[in-house]
Design a protein around this ligand. Sequence first.
Ligand SMILES: C[S@@+](CC[C@H](N)C(=O)[O-])C[C@H]1O[C@@H](n2cnc3c(N)ncnc32)[C@H](O)[C@@H]1O
Length: 303
Amino acid sequence: MNMTKSILKDQAQTLTKAETEALPVAKSAAHDKFRSPLRYPGGKQKAIEQIARVFPTAAGEYREPLVGGGSVYFHARSIKLAKSYWINDKFTELVAFWQSVQDPDICRSLMTELESLRAGFADAEEIKQYFLKAREENPEDSYRQALLFFFFNRVTFSGTTRAGGFSASASLRRFTASSVERLSPMPEALRDTKITCGEFQDLITREGDDVFLFLDPPYYTATRLYGKGGSLHAFDHWKLAKLLAKTKHRFLITYDDCPEIRELYKFANIQSWSLQYGMNNCNLAKESKVGNELFIANYDLSK
Ligand SMILES: C[S@@+](CC[C@H](N)C(=O)[O-])C[C@H]1O[C@@H](n2cnc3c(N)ncnc32)[C@H](O)[C@@H]1O
């Protein structure tokens, strides 16, 4: 009887553990289907509701030339904003990641490999040693780029990937089984989306039917957060403004509120708003973590 009890107890414990692990995963799979699985510097996940208020209700095509962690794209997809989608970024490993998780087979295989990598680490020190070796790698194949991109995204400060340092606490709290599980809805969330790696201009100048452009450029006063060692920092704000001044597509762009940007976009409609940050940004007071932002659009923002 004791044996039966102990087997039952074991099963009960296994079930309880499985249930405890499965519940948040199942919940996130259902609720976060169209939510970014990435931490991203300057990411707009926390501002989604505010952005949603100034979004158009429908569009023929949604284009996001500076997609980054994709939080706004996933929102657009969630509300079925458009008939087709085109996302782009210049950050090679990030785009390799999005393209890899778009493919169901590749996504599954990435998840398996990431989970086995994760489960094999005994402690933060082992993760750190792997991180230090991996940082020296410069893989040519997009699968390895994608895998390392996700790994760096989980174990660095604020998800700064290669531009940031290893964080023992992030590695333990963020590189979890459920973080890997969050990749499972990606093939569906990215289905038929055109994903390109390049400069932003193509998406602005290419003709299209009822195109809506959303753009979230690096802040005018930003730190070096993107690309390898922050190499994507140099950003031509002037060129972007000139292209947007000429475009026939509807556009919405978010920026940090500063006189230079107000001057560049004086041809458009400008509305100010506040964003609560999860990380410090160099142009913000550290204590408040509230950023003064701008919405800039060539359509009426008050409706
Ligand atoms: C502020 S982030 C976008 C964050 C995104 N909205 C989110 O919620 O995660 C800006 C992005 O622009 C990309 N970028 C910078 N310069 C670029 C360029 N010239 N062409 C295309 N993408 C660029 C960066 O790699 C970065 O991912």
